[in-house]
Structures are given as structure tokens and as C-alpha cells.
Ligand binder design. Structure first.
Ligand SMILES: [Zn+2]
Ligand SMILES: [Zn+2]
Length: 345
């Protein structure tokens, strides 16, 4: 994929992103087993709602294996105060349709096949040997040196190193490393599942909200996180490499997406539309990045066939969705994932 992207020269355009590693607008503490919510008390009044009509999340679009638990519905209160009905969606935390990685190359002679990608808000790079060798130049700082004299790349190779590299103050011994995680280093060696509440039918908000934390979920069962904390990562002379799909591991949240390059696409959209890749926390569909279409400030638009929907930002922006036009579940700022308030990478 790197190669294909590179050869097209359109990386920025076709890649989209997602971000955020940790705090989650949307990830909830799961304990209210309230359950039975059949009362749909919607308020279909607001003017805005007419502009942003949509059928909402379609559970059947998700890949087999995307959910760790059956999707259920329950009562929920949205950010604008509306009593509504939400889906309780628990994603598996590991893509249902593929293996993750690779992330870091092991040698300066490795090509793009051996590594993933890196994006920093401005550009997207193949994480290959040349990239590793060029970091001092790219970031204008001679302290960068992610390899030894023989051309071997310093890659985090233990669970302890992985934990240490995710902390805010990265110990010197783990600086100048390419950081990658492994499933086996997560707690119990298992994917980290995440539960979110998503309105069954989207409800427009009075104003677009700049959400922090979780932006949504992919159709293959992974959280779309907020922007990766690139300044902190680079400040520690680390590259927390993403795989070609735009995701990587951190110790507390497991595998999560910061960019969307199309790996979770379902080609169910109308002819002139890009494929659906996931759903945002307000219930609107997220399609792959697109060109030549006028989008609103939240990267969305309404079409006759699809209703209102978003398009993922191009990957280099390190921000899959800049804001949400719909209401999300109130009080979901709390982060339901263990240790999730830590330094999120
Ligand atoms: Zn569209
Ligand atoms: Zn991350």
C-alpha cells in the first residue's frame, strides 16, 4: 500500500485520518445495565435536522467479527438534552478483516513494505529506511538518530519499553526509537474492546462540536481516535509508527486509528460517492476521503442518496474529523477504558 500511495503522489488526498489516542469522547464506562430502552422520545423539531437527515448507523454494514458483544439499544440523553435511543456498540478492538502492521522497519535498507506510515499534521511519510535515515533533516534537529552505525533501526522490542515510550516523559533509553506495540504486550495479550453509545438516528446539534476523544468506530471494529499527540511523540525523539491503514497500538487503548486510508471500506454507497468506512459518535456515516466535493467545516455534506455524511480528512492532517454536527451522548467525556487518562499515544 505504501508503494501504491507513493506512486500516485496523492497521499494527502486519499488518506484520511483519525486520531487521538486517548481520552475519549465517547468511550463509556459500561455499567449502567439499564437496558430496556424502547422509548424513543425524539424531538424532531430543529431546523438543522432537515439539513442533516440520515438513516443513521447500519449494524449490518459492519464486518463479521467487528463487535465483541451484540449491539443493543437503550435510552440515552444527548448532549443537547434530548432523550433519545442509542446503540450500545462494543467493538472488538482489532480489525475483523486483516492483521495489523507492519509499523517499524528494522534496517535502513528496508523499503516501504517493511514499515507503515507516519503523519504529523502536515505530511504523510512511508516509514522505510530512508525515512528513518532522514529524520534529522525532516525535523531540522541533529538529535535524531534512530539507528546504529550498522544501519539497524532502534525499535522498541519489549512490553516494558512499549509502556515507557507511551509515558509523557520518555526515559532517555527509549528516546530515538521507532515505537511499535504488539497484541501480546497488551493486558492479557488480548485486544482492548471499547463500548460507545451512538444515537440510533442522528440529531443535529445547535452548533458543530469540536469533539475530543473518540471520533467514531470503523466498520471493521476499531476505535477512531482523536489526533495523535505528534508534538509529544516527536519531542521524545520517537516515531509512533502507524500501519498502512493508519492505526497503531498503545498500552491502554490497544489498537486504534488516527488516520483512515480505506482499510475498512464497504462499497455500498451510490456511484459518485466514496465507500463507507465507519460511523461517527453522532451516528452519521463516515466515508473515505474524497476530492472535488464541497464539504462543510466538519467535512460533511448532504446528498440525495446518502443523506448527511462525513468524509474522512486526508491522512496527513492527523485529524479524521474536525468536528461533529450532531449531538453525541451527554457526559461521555469520561473515559471508560482502563488507564485511559494516561498519556495517550
Ligand atoms: Zn459524500
Ligand atoms: Zn495513538
Amino acid at each position: 500500500m505504501n508503494i501504491r500511495l507513493r506512486s500516485t503522489g496523492f497521499l494527502g488526498v486519499f488518506l484520511v485520518l483519525l486520531t487521538a489516542c486517548s481520552s475519549s469522547t465517547g468511550a463509556l464506562d459500561t455499567d449502567e445495565s439499564s437496558g430496556d430502552a424502547e422509548t424513543v422520545t425524539e424531538e424532531e423539531s430543529s431546523d438543522a435536522a432537515t439539513d442533516v437527515a440520515s438513516d443513521g448507523l447500519d449494524v449490518d454494514l459492519f464486518f463479521d467479527g467487528a463487535f465483541a458483544e451484540d449491539v443493543t439499544t437503550e435510552d440515552c440523553t444527548l448532549s443537547g438534552g434530548v432523550e433519545h435511543t442509542c446503540y450500545r456498540v462494543t467493538v472488538a478492538g482489532y480489525p475483523a478483516n486483516r492483521e495489523v502492521g507492519p509499523f517499524c522497519p528494522s534496517s535502513l535498507t528496508d523499503d516501504a513494505e517493511a514499515g507503515g506510515i507516519w503523519f504529523d499534521g502536515e505530511q504523510v511519510y512511508d516509514v522505510d529506511g530512508d525515512f528513518i535515515a532522514s529524520l534529522a533533516e525532516i525535523y531540522g534537529d541533529g538529535e535524531w538518530r534512530l539507528h546504529d552505525d550498522d544501519g539497524n533501526v532502534y525499535v522498541i522490542d519489549s512490553a516494558d519499553g512499549f509502556e515507557a515510550a507511551a509515558r509523557p516523559d520518555v526515559a532517555e533509553e527509549y528516546q530515538n526509537h521507532c515505537v511499535e506495540g504488539r497484541l501480546e504486550w497488551l493486558e492479557n495479550g488480548q485486544p482492548v474492546t471499547s463500548t460507545v453509545l451512538i444515537p440510533t438516528e442522528p440529531v443535529a446539534a445547535d452548533n458543530p462540536s469540536e469533539t475530543r476523544g473518540t471520533r467514531g468506530v470503523t466498520l471493521d471494529g476499531v476505535v477512531i481516535a482523536e489526533s495523535a499527540p505528534v508534538d509529544a511523540i516527536l519531542g521524545a525523539y520517537t516515531i509512533a509508527a502507524f500501519d498502512d491503514c493508519g492505526g497503531h497500538f498503545n498500552p491502554t487503548e490497544g489498537y486504534h486509528m488516527h488516520g483512515l486510508t480505506g482499510c475498512s471500506e464497504r462499497d455500498v454507497a451510490s456511484e459518485d460517492e466514496s465507500a463507507v468506512v465507519g460511523y461517527a459518535m453522532d451516528g452519521y456515516a463516515i466515508h473515505s476521503a474524497t476530492e472535488g466535493v464541497e464539504l462543510d467545516e466538519c467535512n460533511g455534506h448532504s446528498t440525495e442518496d446518502e443523506g448527511y455524511h462525513y468524509h474522512a480528512n486526508s491522512v496527513e492532517k492527523n485529524d479524521v474529523l474536525p468536528c461533529l454536527v450532531g449531538q453525541t451522548v451527554a457526559g461521555e467525556q469520561g473515559d471508560g477504558r482502563p488507564g485511559g487518562n494516561g498519556p495517550a499515544r
